[in-house]
Write a protein that binds this ligand. Structure first.
Ligand SMILES: [Zn+2]
Length: 249
């Protein structure tokens, strides 16, 4: 049986001499694994379209529940990521997050769109990388059933004064209201940005602006929230931070 899908290559692993095993995210099928035979050969017709962080149209052949890539052509190569190691490392982290939070056989068009839009923004440098990262992390949490409760202070019920965020319970508090510790400073500007990211239309996700202090607070809170809620480490995030540090030094 043949099937044509549009898929983002989240991960590629070399297999045998010249094959690739791909982890794909598609709007039609959700997450799936497919083999691309001979994709690493120079003459391969599927080589370019089966590289990590490529969005491609693929014709897959199914046999006994296993998928093989028959044909593939690039729809969006995110070329800006391939010439910038730091951006590529961050894109790989996005891909690892998408792999962790997507489900096999469960198509999720919003998740797919978030992944593609975020990689596109990163590839074109449409916005500061730390803001693209924070918006991606927070929106991903919202789409995956971990939306934080940002409506009011979880203690006094009022509009939070000098707000702080609790990454474990996903709530905001006034800095002076009792909240049991473990919170991160948020501030009013970053709270407004979090509210925006949680509810903005997908295409306008990055249409917010923040001062330097607000951006730092948002970045710290979004990353910490994702790590706390998923309760796992992301090897690609550690790598991204290493690359960033080297670029700063
Ligand atoms: Zn309060």
């Amino acid at each position: 049986m043949f099937k044509t899908i549009k898929a983002l290559v989240l991960r590629e692993v070399r297999y045998k001499e010249a094959d690739r095993i791909l982890t794909l995210l598609s709007a039609e099928e959700g997450k799936l694994t497919a083999k691309a035979r001979g994709a690493l050969r120079k003459s391969s017709r599927t080589g370019a379209a089966t590289q990590q962080l490529t969005y491609a149209e693929m014709t897959l052949f199914a046999n006994k529940g296993k998928w093989t890539v028959n044909e593939a052509s690039v729809l969006e190569g995110f070329d800006g990521l391939r010439t910038d190691l730091e951006a590529f490392a961050l894109g790989s982290y996005f891909a690892e997050c998408l792999e962790a939070l997507s489900v096999e056989d469960e198509p999720d068009a919003e998740l797919m769109q978030l992944g593609l839009n975020s990689l596109y923004a990163l590839s074109r440098g449409l916005c500061e990388a730390r803001l693209i990262k924070a918006a991606f992390e927070l929106r991903l949490m919202c789409l995956s059933g971990y939306a934080p409760d940002l409506t009011a202070c979880a203690c006094c019920g009022g509009e939070p004064r000098d707000p702080v965020f609790h990454p474990s319970d996903g709530r905001v508090y006034c800095r002076t209201c009792p909240h049991g510790g473990g919170t991160l400073p948020l501030g009013g500007e970053a709270l407004a940005a979090m509210r925006y990211i949680s509810s903005a239309p997908a295409k306008k996700l990055l249409s917010f602006s923040l001062g330097d202090e607000g951006a730092s607070a948002l970045a710290a809170v979004a990353e910490s929230y994702l790590l706390r809620q998923t309760e796992r480490r992301f090897g690609t995030l550690d790598y991204y931070k290493q690359v960033r540090l080297q670029n700063i030094e």
